[in-house]
Design a protein around this ligand. Structure first.
Ligand code: FNR
Length: 383
């Protein structure tokens, strides 16, 4: 209504509403190397495209005469009542898309303004403590790229705990960087130019590992970072990981039902279905196709987070109807950072939430619980 009534008075939204237009505007706003990094993916990007296309294969059977005038989009995550079922997926190096270089802070401020939870990435331009402060009252989660150095991992986790983050999200699928032709062609890997290493350079364990004379030498910092980044975790590491914190631990990148069951058996508190937006393994299944199996395997024991390919409120509604506890927004908010900083991210989040809310109303599904009971069909299944 805000937009429609604004239109009556001759004002239109300052940023694009449709994702395709947002994408074009972001591309025009960014240097080619930055656009390649944020928009690109692995291989010929077929999995990245399939992530998005997968949503178009599903539809909800609408129910009428429900009078769903009041909607409640809140969800519970580890006893925290979140006002909405979406969250900002962890995006490292997001500062390269921001005009002032502080993309993490722009996202965190948008999170504070909207109440949409943010998962702060290990790879940020500002330290996790500053990002945590910018989140204000909104609960944040911290995403861990587990370094090879166990003391450094412990230090990052305890800093996240001290900074008030509510859970640790351990990303499993990126202990090596994927085969990304757009970036390989131009040797474009921003971390190797020192972007987004703030959590390392401010870390006492990381600093102590550098000879005193090179603690402020950018080249030495990058080399030290490259030597510790990317621990190929195995099941045998999970008890150690578990011992690092009493906070809930969520594993990001779990897509197989057996892996989900096994993770729960060893005391993991949450599963996060994602294929990293198709940036890691090309030729895989769309993430959405893997969600129902994992939801069935988890059988309500722990929350199931989801991302990869979510571009709109209707995508959010479909993922929730499939059983996701909460749904992650990735590239759309990066494009929000590119077109308008904090205001751009707020616009993207509010647009996605407004569409999801409207859809729940017109489909006669006023709560997330009712959405989970919705009649979700494959397109063509009623004909
Ligand atoms: C990511 N993603 C990611 N994931 C993570 O666990 N830690 C990280 O630091 C990053 N960094 C990152 C950078 C960029 C530029 C992108 C686009 C993505 C993956 C992210 O959390 C999420 O899984 C994907 O963005 C989901 O795919 P879509 O919906 O954005 O296509």
């Amino acid at each position: 209504n805000e937009i429609y009534f604004g239109g009556l008075r001759g004002s239109v939204p300052p940023y694009p509403v449709a994702f395709a237009a947002l994408e074009l505007t972001a591309e025009a706003a960014l240097p080619t190397s930055v656009w390649s990094y944020v928009a690109g993916g692995a291989g010929d990007e077929r999995t990245q495209r399939a992530n998005v296309e997968a949503f178009a294969r599903w539809g909800i059977v609408p129910r009428m005469l429900v009078g769903a005038t009041e909607r409640d989009l809140s969800v519970d995550l580890f006893g925290i009542q979140l006002p909405s079922p979406i969250f900002l997926a962890p995006v490292g190096v997001v500062g390269i898309a921001a005009q002032d270089g502080h993309g993490d802070l722009a996202a965190a401020r948008a999170s504070a303004a909207t109440g949409v939870t943010m998962i702060a990435s290990t790879l940020s331009e500002d330290p996790l403590e500053a990002v945590g402060d910018a989140l204000g009252e909104t609960p944040g989660l911290f995403q861990l790229y587990t370094p090879k150095d166990r003391d450094l991992a412990a230090s990052l986790v305890s800093r996240a705990e001290a900074a008030g983050y509510k859970a640790i999200v351990v990303t499993l699928d990126t202990w090596m960087t994927g085969w990304r032709p757009r970036d390989l062609t131009t040797a474009n890997f921003p971390q190797l130019r020192g972007a987004a290493l703030a959590n390392y350079v401010t870390d006492p364990v990381f600093r102590a590992a550098l000879p005193e004379s090179s603690r402020n030498d950018p080249r030495a910092i990058v080399e030290q970072w490259a030597s510790v980044f990317g621990n190929p975790l195995t099941w045998a590491d999970l008890p150690w990981l578990r011992s690092l914190t009493t906070l809930p631990i969520i594993l990001k990148g779990i897509c197989a039902a057996d892996d989900a069951r096994r993770a729960i058996d060893v005391g993991i508190d949450g599963i996060y279905v994602s294929n990293h937006g198709g940036r890691q393994a090309n030729g895989g299944l769309p993430a959405l196709d893997m969600l129902p199996d994992v939801v069935a395997a988890v059988a309500g024991c722990v929350p199931v987070l989801f991302d990869s390919g979510v571009r709109s409120g209707s995508d959010v509604v479909i993922a929730l109807a499939m059983g996701a506890t909460a749904v992650g927004i990735g590239r759309p908010y990066v494009y929000g950072v590119a077109v308008g900083g904090t205001a751009g991210v707020i616009h993207v989040l509010r647009s996605i939430l407004a569409e999801a809310d409207l859809l729940m109303g017109v489909n006669g599904l006023p709560t997330i619980a009712s959405l989970r009971t919705a009649d979700l069909r494959r397109v063509g299944a009623l004909s």
